[in-house]
Structures are given as C-alpha cells and as structure tokens.
Design a protein around this ligand. Sequence first.
Ligand code: RB5
Length: 149
Amino acid sequence: MKIAIGSDHAGFAYKEEIKLFLNRNHHEYIDFGTKTIDSTDYPLYAIKVGQAVSNKDADLGILICGTGIGMSIAANKVKGIRAAACQTAVCAQATREHNNANVLCVGSRTNTMDEVLELVELFITTPYSNGERHQKRVELIKKYEEEQK
Ligand code: RB5
C-alpha cells in the first residue's frame, strides 16, 4: 500500500510518528510536507495529497492538522476525493466500509498519538464493503461531481 501523507504545523509531530508506523508496517509513503513546525496553511498540503490520491500516485491519503476538519474541507475539493475527518475507531472503520473514503484526516488537538495510530491502522486495513447500497450512494456523489464544471 502506498500512502500520500501531509500535515500543517499543528500536525507535523503526528505526521512524523505516522511515518514511523507506516515503515514498521511495510507501507510506502510519499510525504508532501510540511517539513517544520513553522506556521503554515493546511490547504496547501490537503490539495497535494488529494491530487496524489486522485491521480493514483498513492492508494490512500492521510492528513493531519489541529482537528482534521480544515484538511477534510480542503481535500474534498479535489475531484475524486472522499476525505473523512475521524476522531473515533467507529468512524475510521465505517468510512472505509460505507463511504470508500480515500483520505483520512485526523487532529493532533482532538486525539492522542496512540488513538491516531489506531485510526490510521483501521483506515488502512479495512476494505470497502462494496455492497450494492453503499456503491449506489458513492455513485451519487460521483455523478454530482462529474456534472460540475
Ligand atoms: C492551525 O492552528 C489550525 O487552524 C489547523 O491546524 C486546523 O486545525 C484547521 O482545521
């Protein structure tokens, strides 16, 4: 599995830990920054990670900011991206199973590092359930997206 990963300053320390976790679990990653704890703007990284997933340069994306919310708002502007801001294991699992989410957004101010690593593991290891009702709903989102200019 190849993962596109990015964070702003608020998520930088978590990003570095998640990279170690990915290494331990033999996943490849592409790090789109940020590279320091200097204040920066989360949409820059959300859009880069979203594009990498949308272009199939990566299988899934992970984004970290203070809450995960800004990252999810920005990443969802990229065509083909279904980014989910998750704070609980139930959400991280269900968004793969039901929504076929392709980007996980988490917050360094809302969850501990251990909690975030659990969310990452669930997100990466849970398959899309691909049932008829879930696919119909994902297709409705895709149809709307394709109708836009
Ligand atoms: C940065 O202070 C913070 O606004 C950002 O990391 C994020 O939480 C936005 O959603």
